[in-house]
Design a protein around this ligand. Sequence first.
Ligand code: CP
Length: 310
Amino acid sequence: MFPGSLLSLEDLSVPAMEEIFQRAAYYKTNDRGVTFSALKGKNVILSFWEPSTRTRVSFELAVRKLGGNVVDLRPGQNSEKKGESLEDTVKTLGSLGADALVFRHEMPGLFGKIARLVDFPLINGGEGCYQHPTQALLDIFTLKEAGVVLSGLEVVLAGDILHSRVARSHFFALPAYGARITLVGPPAFLPAELVPPGMHYSYSLDDVLSRGEVLYLLRVQTERHRRFFPSSAEYAALYGLNEKRLAALKQKPFVMHPGPVNLGVELSRDALHILEKVYPEKVLIQKQVQNGVYVRMAVLDLVISGRMMV
Ligand code: CP
């Protein structure tokens, strides 16, 4: 595999993550609308085979802010329509001068296969239900920026754990920093065999909500559901953060979500309104989106320059 690819947070040490965060903080502090030069003359290909707004746009902005060239390789408009395999496509990208490929696809296992074929780094922009490393990195950056101490932190990860690549990236990242995760969701979304050894889990949000210093709400991924999903209203009643649950909490948690939020399902409109009006420092959802640009700038810079630690 080409050294420096970012496929999973399993491969990344805390010092490596810290280096990314320092670089991201540098770019955030010094972002005054002037283009940086770290990627001058470099070509970054974005190829997203699943829908995306935040990740794709923030990677594109990150490349442009670093002075690089960005090419959006859209599925359906490439030679795969003429029968070219994905493997041949990525080899062709190398011949065309790609310096990195940011890739999103639903198929787990494909990323490792491609990473072994190419002679430039591959960055995982979202791998099916399996990994979303830059999302977990930007989440941790956002928590640190909010002054949250990660060692001993209690994080409640709530919702569709089964389909969440964000959760699976956090299974590596948050415990590496000494944070404790409690998983909560309906039994169909939280099979016991999915729970990493030693991690707490519950099927009742009300039983575990008050322990969370951070409440990380996961999107209900209806597009991936093959099993019976009762109803959004039933899910919201049992697992959504609503006004009543929020009011019952003496200590309001930091509220996070990878987006897009299904308003009225994972988080009610009223609860979001109260958080934004009364506890604005506690709702980190838009900060996560903003920080995505800087964390992805840092990742691109370190990966393409060959300075990414492991
Ligand atoms: N969080 C996230 O991956 O969002 P997008 O699907 O919009 O990129």
